[in-house]
Design a binder for this molecule. Structure first.
Ligand SMILES: Nc1ncnc2c1ncn2[C@@H]1O[C@H](COP(=O)(O)OP(=O)(O)OP(=O)(O)O)[C@@H](O)[C@H]1O
Ligand SMILES: [Mg+2]
Length: 238
């Protein structure tokens, strides 16, 4: 079986500073793969490069059998790669429902779009209850739900989530993680970047630990959860 996403020796730089220094990993259809690592390790840079917002200086990205070299960002979405960015970036003055519709901007199957809006409300009932309100009135956790719902509206083959639990209360964080587990159970393929290594590794099929632009350790979620160096560095144990 070939992987849905293959990243090979990817290098990304900001000017002269190389933020991603040759990383390789794959994501198979149906898997949840997580990238964990310290601040500044290059996780967001990696996701932004996969969605075409940054140009790599080296390496290869293949998605669904196609090279993403020279494919513009808007076209990458239409290939089935959706990105829920760090910091959410919802449109605060637009209604919740209109924010969701924006995620479907490349689709023209109206009945399918309506069905998927309903699906987002089933996944996150609070969004349905407040569908006509400005998105800026949502709490941080609810805005995260909206960002995830919006990314799902493009019917992605691969959903990339950058720090979905950032800044959330423990209860809200659990809810977001439970939703990711539910999406996985429904067969959604997910590339998850998370500060909360415990939560991310618990539900991931595979994980990669990044440090200053490199992958320094890879394994199944369970292997990394039980790895001594991971426990010390990321799970707060000594
Ligand atoms: N626009 C930019 N211009 C210059 N350097 C940048 C830019 N964005 C990120 N960097 C640098 O690239 C490196 C990787 O940053 P990146 O945001 O990818 O890390 P991260 O792993 O997502 O970190 P965090 O956990 O804090 O979100 C850091 O050293 C960062 O300072
Ligand atoms: Mg980041």
């Amino acid at each position: 079986m070939t992987a849905l996403l293959e990243v090979e020796d990817l290098r990304v730089a900001y000017g002269k500073i190389e933020a991603v220094k040759g990383i390789s990993f794959t994501v198979d259809a149906g898997q949840v793969v997580t990238l964990i690592g310290t601040n500044g390790a290059g996780k967001t840079t990696t996701l932004r490069t996969l969605s075409g917002l940054l140009k790599p200086v080296g390496g290869h990205i293949r998605f669904d059998g196609k090279s993403l070299r020279r494919v513009p960002a808007h076209h990458i979405v239409s290939l089935g790669l959706a990105h829920s960015p760090e910091g959410r970036h919802i449109f605060p003055r637009m209604t919740i429902e209109d924010n969701l519709r924006l995620g479907a901007f490349l689709r023209n199957d109206r009945p399918g779009i309506e069905k998927d809006i309903q699906r987002a409300y089933d996944l996150f009932p609070i969004l349905g209850e407040r569908r006509k309100q400005a998105a800026g009135t949502l709490s941080g956790g609810e805005q995260q739900m909206l960002a995830m719902g919006r990314a799902l509206m493009s019917q992605p083959k691969l959903l990339m989530l950058d720090e979905p639990s950032m800044g959330l209360s423990p209860i809200m964080m659990q809810k977001i993680m439970a939703t990711i587990a539910e999406l996985k159970a429904q067969g959604t393929t997910i590339l998850l970047v998370e500060q909360n290594a415990q939560a991310a590794l618990s539900l991931a099929d595979r994980g990669h630990v990044m440090e200053i632009g490199r992958i320094v350790l890879s394994g199944t979620g369970q292997e990394l959860l039980h790895d001594e160096s991971v426990r010390k560095a990321y799970l707060g144990e000594d």
